[in-house]
Write a protein that binds this ligand. Structure first.
Ligand code: MTE
Ligand code: MO
Length: 429
């Protein structure tokens, strides 16, 4: 239980309770927070220019690719063998991970963009830390300032809360909204950067600080006629001081534009939305903060959840995937090596079981990595299929906190946290 205990911070439960109470008591006006409310709350932000009006922050236009019709606003190449484009996003093909090591190469790492990748010049980039949770006024950091702070390297998964969303529909018949990811909105990388805690202390963190809200420099997110403003989501100061990085490197290289260049947050174990890319400012507040990303989005809504929605999602659930394409073909009558990975935001993975007969018999897979909070484990098993025909491969993981994957995931309207065992269809010929 050691690692799990360390990871399941009491502050997360307190945070959830507190925010939920305030949310339900109407402190977050209506459906989240209006744009005017946000602007009023921020004070320093102009109605049109938002963050760009703050001194020292230059915002490039969207990537050239964004102007091409049908192009998703992603800068890096999106070869069909590695990635599947879904709207403004790109999903990693699991078959493309088969020959990779522990860390997901940048060329096949998933991209989740609410709008389009901005091109920012590190030399002109500034991070402004401000708010009532500081002892004094706003403090600015340049890229060189961050690079001069002690550097920390963390190996951690980054995963979208909506990963696996399409299985709510295809496997369970539950209607959900949002990007229909299969299981490829996850990757593991070696992140290097400054500790957010170092930056907050240098900025004059006050003991009164409650919430820390990073905001991206990408364009405002507009959907269904509502302008939600720039991507931003508060986290409790306890998490911000725990293990959060202001990362400038991914897998030993400076961040590329699509993954947050020049600097992004990495919030290990939490839903990917917490890891704000292209961060330009961080509000430190002495009272709870709200944004659409902890009110209307990233809560669980539906009959199985509290009226008005669950608390904001934080730690990711347990999940598994085979390093196989959907419908992969296997020759009958000979041995095959099946490989995959499992991960959880609530602890390391301590057991993975595989079924090759659609869920009848289960046997343990061989684990190739030690259980580590925030990371994944690679696993393998062998399979000797007999007759030709369709088959289903299933993998079920259990983490060090005892969480395991159910046969059916409790649905929610926006399709977050699909944690059920996936029935991976294959063909034996
Ligand atoms: N500024 C900004 N940060 C963002 C997003 C975004 O659209 N804009 N998307 C978030 C979501 S929902 C996820 S899952 C991760 C994805 O990170 P990646 O594109 O590097 O894989 O970034 C998060 N940070
Ligand atoms: Mo996400």
């Amino acid at each position: 239980m050691g690692t799990a205990r360390r990871g399941s911070g009491a502050y997360e439960r307190a945070y959830d309770r507190d925010r939920l109470r305030r949310f339900l008591s109407g402190e977050a006006v209506g459906e989240g927070i209006s744009r005017r409310g946000v602007l009023r709350l921020l004070g320093v932000v102009s109605a049109s220019g938002a963050v760009a009006s703050l001194p020292g922050i230059a915002v490039a236009g969207p990537a050239a690719a964004a102007e091409e019709p049908g192009a998703p606003g992603i800068v890096k190449p999106l070869p069909a063998a590695l990635l599947t484009v879904r709207g403004t996003n790109a999903e990693t093909n699991w078959a493309a991970l088969r020959d990779t090591g522990y860390h997901t190469p940048v060329d096949r790492f998933f991209v989740r963009n609410h709008t389009a990748t901005p091109l920012l010049d590190p030399a002109r980039w500034r991070l402004t830390v401000w708010g009532g949770g500081l002892r004094g006024g706003a403090v600015e950091f340049s890229y060189a300032d961050l690079r001069a702070l002690p550097a920390v390297t963390t190996s951690a998964c980054l995963e979208c809360a909506g990963n696996g969303r399409s299985y709510f529909t295809t496997q369970q018949g539950d209607p959900v909204t949002g990007t229909p990811w299969t299981m490829g909105a996850v990757g593991a990388a070696r992140w290097r950067g400054a500790r957010l805690s170092d930056v907050l202390r240098l900025a004059g963190l006050s003991p009164r600080a409650v919430d820390v809200m990073p905001r991206g420099l990408d364009a405002a997110f507009v959907t269904g006629g509502t302008d939600h403003g720039r991507v931003r989501r508060p986290m409790p100061v306890e998490k911000a001081l725990d293990d959060v990085l202001l990362a400038y490197e991914m897998n030993g290289r400076p961040l590329v534009p699509d993954h947050g260049s020049p600097v992004r947050l990495v919030v290990p174990s939490w839903a990917g939305i917490a890891s704000v890319k292209w961060v330009g400012e961080i509000e430190v507040s002495d009272r709870p903060l709200f944004s659409p990303w902890n009110t209307v989005f990233y809560r669980l809504f539906g009959p199985a959840h509290p009226a008005g929605g669950s608390a904001p999602v934080t730690r990711q659930p347990v999940r598994s995937a085979f390093e196989l394409a959907p419908g992969a073909v296997f020759a009958a009558g000979r041995g095959h090596r099946l490989t995959g990975r499992s991960w959880s935001g609530q602890g390391g993975i301590r057991r993975v079981e595989v079924s090759t007969d659609g869920g009848g018999a289960w046997r343990p897979a061989r684990l190739h990595d030690a259980p580590r909070p925030g990371g994944w484990v690679r696993w393998s098993t062998s399979w000797h299929p007999r007759g030709p025909g369709p088959a289903h491969l299933l993998a079920r993981a259990t983490d060090t906190a005892g969480n395991t994957q159910p046969a059916r995931s409790v649905p929610n309207e926006q399709g977050y946290f699909f944690d059920a065992v996936v029935r991976h269809a294959v063909e034996v010929v």
